[in-house]
Design a binder for this molecule. Sequence first.
Ligand code: CAA
Length: 385
Amino acid sequence: MNPDFEVYRLAEEHEELRAAVRALSEKEIAPHAAEVDEAARFPTEAREALTAAGFHAVHIPERFGGGGADAVAGCIVIEEVARVCASSSLIPGVNKLGTMPVLLAGSEELCKLVMPSIADGEAMISYALSERESGSDAVAMKTRARLDGDRWVLNGGKAWITNAGVSRWYTVFAVTDPEKGANGVSAFVVHADDPGFEVGPKERKLGIKGSPTCEIYFTDCSIPAERIIGEPGTGFKTAMRTFDHTRPTIGAQAVGIAQGALDASLAYVKERRQFGRAVSDFQGVQFMLADMAMKVEAARQMVYVAAAKVERGEKDMTFFASAAKCYASDVAMEVTTDAVQLFGGAGYTRDFPVERMMRDAKITQIYEGTNQIQRVVMARQLLKR
Ligand code: CAA
C-alpha cells in the first residue's frame, strides 16, 4: 500500500477548509438554525460569521477582491454550512449563482462594478430567471428589455427569487428579440436602487424558511447600457452555462443536509433505548444507517467529481453537473426521511432538527431545475455523444 497515493483524495487545503467551515458553522450558525426556521427570518448571524471569515463568496477571483477558491472548495463551504443550516448555506450558494453569469460572460468593467461589493460582504446578489409561467421552460419568459438611447429599459416580473430583498444586485434574464427564442434572451445586472425595481412579498414555504423567496418586478426599470452581460442574445446560453457551475453546489447543499441528518441519527440511536437496549443494537436500524451513509458518500464523491470537471472545463461537465445535483438531492430526500423514521415520534416534532432537514431537503430536488429537467439534460448529453 502507498499512503501517499493522491488519486481520489481531496487536497490537504480542502480538508483544512472543511475543518474551518465546520468549526464556524457549529459555533456560530447551528445555535440559531431552529429559531431561524421557526421564525422564518433571515440568518443575520450566519451572514456576519461567514463574511467575517471570508466564506460568503469564496469563488470570486482575487483580482476582484475575492478568495479565488476553486469549485471543489466552494462546494465544501456550502456542504458544511448546509450540514447545520440549509437556509444559511444559500448565502454562499446564491452569491455564486448570481455572480457566475457576470464572471462567465460579463465585461471586465461590469465585473469590477459588481464583484468587489460582494467579495467584501457589503452586498449579496440573486439570480432571476424564472417567472410564474416560465419555470422548467425557461425560454418562455415574458420579461422584456429594450434599448432606449444609452439605457436598457426592463418590464415584467420574475418569480421564486432566492434571497430577494436581502440582495442588492440581481442578475436578470429578459427577452430582447422575441423572434429569436433562446437566442433572443439577454442577461443584465440590476441594482436594488434602480428606478422601477421592486421586491414583492415573501413566499410562505415548506423549508429553507430563513432564505427569503420573493417575486421581483420591473416597471420601466432603467439601467445603464453597460449593465448588459455579454452580447445581446447570449443571455440564455449564459444562464445554462451558469448551471453547469452551480448545479454541483446544489448537490453539495443536499450532501450537507443529508450528512446533518445522518449525524443526528447516529447520536440519537445510541441514546434511545427500547426493549432494554439501545436502538442502535437492532440490525434493522443498523442496515438503515449503513444505507444512509453509503448513499451520502456516493453523492459526495459525485459532487466533488462534477465540481472538479467544471473547474477544468471538461466536455462532459454538463452531464456531471446535472447528475450530481439530481443524485445528491434524491439522496438527501431519502436520507432525511429515514432520519425522521429513526427518531420515531420525536423525529416528527420540532424538538429535533431532522424534520427541518427533511423539509429543507425537498427544495434541492426542485430548484436550479427540477430533477425531471436534470434527467432531460443528462439524456440529451448522452444521446448527442
Ligand atoms: N452550455 C452552453 N449552452 C447551452 C447549455 C449549456 N449547458 N445548455 C443549452 N445550451 C444552448 C443550446 O446548445 C442551445 O443553443 P443553440 O440555440 O445555439 O442550439 C440553446 O442553449 C437552447 O438550448 P435548448 O435548445 O436545450 O433549450 P430548451 O428550451 O430545450 O431548454 C432546458 C433546455 C434544459 C429545459 C432549460 O430550459 C432548463 O435548464 N430549464 C430549467 C430551468 C431552471 O433550471 N430553472 C431554475 C431557476 S434558478 C433557481 O432555481 C435558483 C434558486 O432559486 C436558488
